[in-house]
Ligand binder design. Structure first.
Ligand code: TA6
Length: 296
């Protein structure tokens, strides 16, 4: 249902039969809450998030488009997360076989203002779905609607902030032995070691050619987040740790202990669309008790 969020910003609440819920702000097209049937919050949003345009909301699932990172002509992470999206008046049809219950279709289109910094026409359709069992799925469809025959190229990520009990008790499985670009070492390329990733300092790594399934294990709470993705070959893992956390005005000094960003992305090989072409990128996350998780 529609409601008014922080600072009067419009938000939509999705509810699922078993009691899972999610909240999406039209500002940024950004999920800011995903709760399980016990009402436990599964995503991290900073207590110092400003919810004040034009700054992005710190947490949940920011959409970084048309540029991930500050490597390019645009501001850091592009501008989709800094714009007001609308409810899609003409959403794509739902696949008939789907059993998904609660969903919302959002739309972001080019504006003359944005055309000054990114001279292209596009339609970005974002479907946010709360599925049976509380899985949260985001599907992005980005279409080039240029009428001048021009292609455009972009990079993309779902900048997902998971809430964790204690970062020093978190493991990530699925990225071991992969190559990554280390953003803390001038994006130099390294190879990850052979077992699950653990955390004891700032991490900012772009893993390349990653599997469709990644697991984030919150050992303390015996909870595993399972992330499945399509069309997103890369995955960024980020924790600012103490120094960087202190330097971010909209991030509490100690909050790095209770969050981890795992961000399915398309960065190493940017996406190029000709007029009329459409790209699709999907992220689906679920939270399961670790005891069930086979770890395969
Ligand atoms: O998540 C990776 C990253 O690119 C980091 O380098 C850090 O800058 C983070 O995004 C947050 O960026 P933001 O612009 O939201 O403060």
């Amino acid at each position: 249902e529609h409601s008014t969020g922080v600072n009067g910003l419009e938000k939509v609440i999705l509810r699922e039969v078993r009691g899972f819920s999610a909240e999406v702000y039209l500002y940024g097209g950004q999920v800011t809450s995903w709760k399980n049937e016990l009402g436990e919050e599964l995503l991290f949003v900073s207590s110092k998030a400003t919810f004040r345009p034009p700054k992005a909301i710190r947490g949940g699932i920011p959409i970084t488009f048309p540029q991930f990172s500050n490597h390019g002509p645009l501001e850091q992470h592009g501008f989709a997360r800094n714009r007001f999206w609308i409810i899609d008046p003409n959403p794509p049809p739902f696949p008939t076989t789907s059993t998904y219950k609660a969903y919302i279709d959002l739309l972001l289109k080019h504006t003359e203002e944005d055309a000054k910094i990114w001279p292209h026409r596009y339609e970005f359709r974002l479907r946010i779905t709360l599925g049976p069992g509380g899985d949260l799925m985001l599907t992005s469809r980005i279409r080039n609607t240029n009428t001048d025959g021009k292609s455009f190229t972009f990079t993309f990520a779902y900048h997902t902030y998971f809430a964790v009990t204690d970062i020093s008790e978190v493991r990530v499985e699925g990225l071991e032995t992969l190559d990554y670009l280390d953003n803390l070492k001038n994006r130099e390329r390294f190879t990850e070691q052979g077992d699950a990733i653990t955390f004891e300092s700032e991490v900012d790594k772009l893993y390349l050619s990653t599997p469709t399934k990644i697991a984030i294990i919150d050992h303390e709470r015996k909870r595993t987040f399972v992330m499945r993705k399509d069309g997103l070959p890369d995955a960024v893992v980020w924790n600012p740790w103490d120094k960087k956390a202190k330097a971010l005005p909209d991030f509490g000094d100690d909050e790095y202990k209770h969050m981890l960003c795992v961000e399915p992305a398309c960065v190493e090989k940017p996406i190029t669309l000709k007029p009329g072409e459409e790209w699709k990128g999907r992220q689906e996350i679920s939270a399961v008790p670790s005891s069930y998780f086979s770890g395969q």
